[in-house]
Write a protein of this length. Sequence first.
Length: 106
Amino acid sequence: MNQQVFSDGIGQVTIIGGAVRLDFVTFSPTEKDAKGQPVAVFSHRVVMSLDGFMQSAVKLQEAAQAVSKLVQRAREGQAADPAVMAAPVVSVAADAAPAPQKRPFP
């Protein structure tokens, strides 16, 4: 599959009937708030099982930790090369059973 979707962030997360719905938003090129800033508007929705969401949350936490390390290195002046700034690719085989993880949320 070669489709890519851009998003500025997640606007809302809803859990209904055992499915997690992630509503992605992008900043509108035309709509502005009272301060003149672009308004975040709905663009796409991803729906996944609770299990799939929890596995995804673990991967997002891993990516967030990798980004934090890169930012720290950049602040220390160790990462001048853009190739060094590339986040490591985290992949899981589709048939691999996920390892038990601590729940990343309270």
